[in-house]
Design a protein around this ligand. Structure first.
Ligand code: XBP
Ligand code: MG
Length: 231
């Protein structure tokens, strides 16, 4: 049995990025900013993980310096509140196979953890809304957002979680949906299984354990994606 299962959140546990995108756009409109991130622009902006970092990246790309860091932090706090309200409303579901795998791992006594760039409030809201009020407590470690200085593709959040778990990374498995996440997990020494998502279906996942469309359910088998198998 693996020593631990460590899950990314956005794109891996659930298809969250459209909800993030809408929350960003709502926060911009409320703040009187004439910014709107459509899907094509958001795909580009996802090169940078973390919401505050993404807003900063948007300004860089647009040659703007409308917002300084404290203003970005305030805008992002509002975005988080809008996102959490959406997720609390129960409008996001888990991807195929996620609840099954989590429940089987719990039954087998395999430690579970989270390693994400998104804010802790977002993770807790998603876990509660989809798995029940006690679900955050099922995870031996939750590494999120600003708990580390450098976000993915830096390995810091995975190292932070591995420190808390006290397990051998080589005997554990990470679950990711993006190249940024895969790089972070691999640099922390973790074998990594990739399930591609809404915004990562055009990426190439060199070095992944396997690349699947999703984790599958008995009535919805998963498929290995041709041409994306590890090199
Ligand atoms: C997810 C992200 C996050 C969310 C926004 O990356 O990049 O930034 O889009 O979350 P990963 P916040 O799945 O690789 O962790 O706005 O809360 O930062
Ligand atoms: Mg992700």
């Amino acid at each position: 049995l693996p020593a631990a299962l460590i899950f990314d959140v956005d794109g891996t546990l659930a298809e969250t990025e459209e909800a993030h995108r809408h929350a960003f756009n709502e926060a911009f409109a409320e703040a009187g900013l004439d910014w709107h991130w459509d899907q094509a622009r958001y795909r580009r902006l996802l090169d940078v993980t973390g919401g505050k970092e993404r807003i900063r990246f948007h300004q860089e790309l647009a040659g703007l310096s409308v917002l300084d860091d404290p203003a970005i932090a305030r805008l992002h706090a509002r975005k988080t509140a809008l996102y959490v309200a959406h997720v609390d409303g129960g409008r996001l579901g888990l991807r195929p196979g996620i609840a099954r795998l989590i429940n089987q791992a719990r039954a087998a006594g395999i430690p579970l953890a989270i390693a994400t760039t998104t804010s802790l409030a977002n993770v807790e809201s998603l876990l509660r809304a989809t798995l029940g009020a006690g679900a955050p407590g099922w995870f031996a470690a939750i590494g999120a957002g600003d708990m580390v200085a450098r976000k993915k593709p830096a390995p810091d959040i995975y190292r932070h979680v591995l420190d808390r778990l006290g397990v051998d990374p080589a005997r554990s498995v990470a679950f990711e949906d993006s190249v940024n996440g895969l790089e972070a997990a691999r640099a922390a020494g973790l074998p990594t299984l990739v399930t591609v998502s809404r915004y990562t279906d055009d990426q190439r996942f060199t070095g992944a354990l396997a690349v699947l469309d999703h984790l599958g359910e008995p009535d919805q088998p998963c498929r290995a994606l041709a041409g994306r198998a590890p090199a």
